[in-house]
Design a protein around this ligand. Sequence first.
Ligand code: ADP
Ligand SMILES: O=C(O)C[C@@H](O)[C@H](O)C(=O)COP(=O)(O)O
Length: 327
Amino acid sequence: MQQSIASKNYDVIAIGRACIDLNAVEYNRPMEETLTFSKYVGGSPANIAIGSAKLGLKAGFIGKIPDDQHGRFIRKFMGDAGVDTSRMVVDQEGHKAGLAFTEIKSPEECSILMYREGAADLYLRPEEVDEDYIRQAKALLVSGTALAQSPSREAVFQAIAYAKRHEVEIIFELDYRGYTWKSLQETSIYYSLVAEQAQVIIGTRDEFDMMDSCKGDNEHTVRHLFNHQARLIVIKHGVDGSYAYTKTGEIYRGKAYRSKVLKTFGAGDSYASAFLYALMTGKDIQTALQYGSASAAIVVSKHSSSEAMPTVSEIEALIAAQAGLSG
Ligand SMILES: Nc1ncnc2c1ncn2[C@@H]1O[C@H](COP(=O)(O)OP(=O)(O)O)[C@@H](O)[C@H]1O
Ligand SMILES: O=C(O)C[C@@H](O)[C@H](O)C(=O)COP(=O)(O)O
């Protein structure tokens, strides 16, 4: 991000869920007809931490994992990917890993069936968030889903308070998943509370609509949020690309890259990690949009979200190969 503070041990620390994705092995059919699924680490903030680490950022994670085989699988995969897992708390109350079964009906028609009842990540408590850890980060990445229930909600607000105290930038990835929320009004209240404190906000147009009275209008959305702490807002429009808005009035457009699409999910998380990587390594916003879009184009062509996160050279090769198309 803008400040490059030598004393910081982490570029980004993400807070939220680290779960399990079960991706349909027989795809191009409804889930009713899918009998086998491949297991991957999942959960939007975990995916973003993994993607960032794979690109070379120093990434850490705050979350709660179950005390079972899935929890150990998650910790090992993330650690092997280069994410610091020292502040992943092991649940002692019998909570389980969140599961996301993915359905790939066609490259355009995908859905996710989530099992979030009693998910360990939602039981992270404020006192389990380490102030000294957050102090060591340049940025804290908050996932919107972690706001859906207490005590995870309070844990996130505690993390935000620490970030503000130590001048750690707050990046809010809206990451809306309807499964965990009670009502749209509840979502709107908590999304607005965090968006008003964040310096960088990333989400799809639909996700911004969750807290916006003037739905579908990017200019209206950013005008409102720039009255608060935001300095950079990214609004994604799927295959139609994305826009970045700065508080100082610049608008940038990132076009999607061509891809042999296998499934649509994974796009947002890969986009966020490469966009943040580019910003944190001093690239300009237009280039950061290209990195995010290219990273997403690579991941939508592969079977997983986390395991498929690209390297810098894969991203740069795609940008070079399609030069002139995106930007
Ligand atoms: N079918 C696709 N082909 C190539 N790139 C895509 C495709 N879908 C999405 N992307 C890229 O991923 C970015 C994020 O996708 P989007 O669907 O808006 O986010 P999310 O996955 O969070 O819903 C888009 O801005 C675009 O660059
Ligand atoms: O976020 C989840 O819990 C599910 C993800 O792990 C899954 O890979 C996915 O849906 C990612 O999609 P994205 O948010 O579009 O990147």
